[in-house]
Design a protein. Structure first.
Lengths: 69, 260
């Protein structure tokens, strides 16, 4: 029997992933940062995600956090 | 009917120890080591001893009744007469002994569960915590890596991005995505990763046409994997990259006011 574990995902991240536009931007960002060490794709210049939540424009900057410990 | 009474007694006495250990430990390895002096049995034995001593003291304070070691020794005796006497005494106190063992097993379930909850809630087991050596569980390396349990609350990332190279036929592909969940096999090895917003990029076909200013060709190279989740088998992964990402709010360029 396998043991399934939920990975780290904050409420803000869940909100972001629920938005089609924001999740597409995040997908592109992750695809580029993931490919960076391999040299397949250049590193992302834009690391800001922006999307509409009703009348509001939400803007978040994505930053890398070093591993703890 | 013949049955090994001492073995049954040992099992009943040890049961709270196994219950307590399983509730406290967060482990990815679930194949138990049943060797007589293996780690699991030893830990369970220590837990059982501690719980019995503590519960006997509490019961003594509450009811005024004392534990009779001679009765316990009599149950293990090879002398049939002595064992029968011990059994008769046990039978005459059956409701009390059942209540003792029942409440102890319940305590062995609840107390370590609360302890585990408190350790997780206040992140007492994260690397760098003062009491981490006593609270940290060495059997769950993937948990500490993929759940963010090693981060202090203030430094907590929002999301984990995964990049993995996978060989498919003669080609090697780079899969990227946001980690949703993961599963481990009973022996503790990682079995699969569930990714959201997954993309696949062929390695080797480097994006010579891509530039920082023109992301379009790069987007063509990275195929979006359709579906809510993309399941990546760890056995097929050649290399695995893990990145912790934090989302910091920025001032929006303009706030649109919608009338009404």
């Amino acid at each position: 029997m396998l043991s399934a574990m939920k990975a780290l995902k904050s409420p803000l991240a869940k909100q972001l992933l629920a938005n089609r536009s924001a999740s597409a931007q995040l997908r592109r960002y992750v695809a580029r940062t993931g490919a960076e060490p391999t040299g397949a794709l250049p590193s992302p210049q834009i690391n800001t995600l922006e999307w509409q939540d009703g009348a509001r424009t939400l803007r978040y900057q994505v930053t890398r956090v070093p591993k703890a410990g | 009917m013949n049955f090994a009474l001492p073995a049954v007694v040992v099992f009943i006495l040890m049961l709270p120890g196994f219950v307590a250990r399983s509730r406290l430990k967060r482990t990815e390895r679930r194949q138990l080591d049943y060797a007589p002096f293996g780690q699991i049995v030893t830990e369970a034995l220590v837990w059982a001893c501690l719980l019995h001593v503590a519960w006997l003291q509490i019961c003594n304070a509450l009811t005024g009744r004392h534990f009779n070691p001679a009765l316990a020794v009599g149950l293990f005796s090879s002398d049939a007469k002595r064992q029968t006497q011990a059994l008769d005494t046990l039978a005459s106190q059956a409701p009390d002994i059942t209540a003792y063992l029942g409440t102890l097993t319940l305590l062995a379930y609840i107390l370590p569960s609360l302890l585990r909850w408190a350790i997780t809630r206040w992140r007492l087991d994260r690397e760098g915590s003062l009491i981490s050596p006593w609270c940290r569980l060495s059997d769950a390396p993937w948990y500490y890596l993929l759940s963010g349990a090693d981060f202090a609350a203030a430094d907590m990332p929002d999301i984990i991005s995964i990049s993995a190279t996978v060989a498919l036929g003669s080609d090697t592909f780079l899969f990227t995505g946001i980690l949703d969940s993961y599963e481990c096999l009973p022996d503790g090895t990682l079995d699969r990763l569930m990714l959201e917003q997954a993309t696949r990029q062929p390695l080797g076909k480097t994006a010579t046409a891509t530039t920082h200013d023109d992301p379009a060709p790069a987007q063509h190279l990275a195929d979006t994997q359709e579906g809510d989740l993309f399941v990546l088998r760890y056995a097929q992964v050649l290399t695995l990259g893990i990145e912790y990402l934090k989302l910091a709010p920025q001032q929006a360029p303009s706030i649109q006011n919608v009338p009404g």
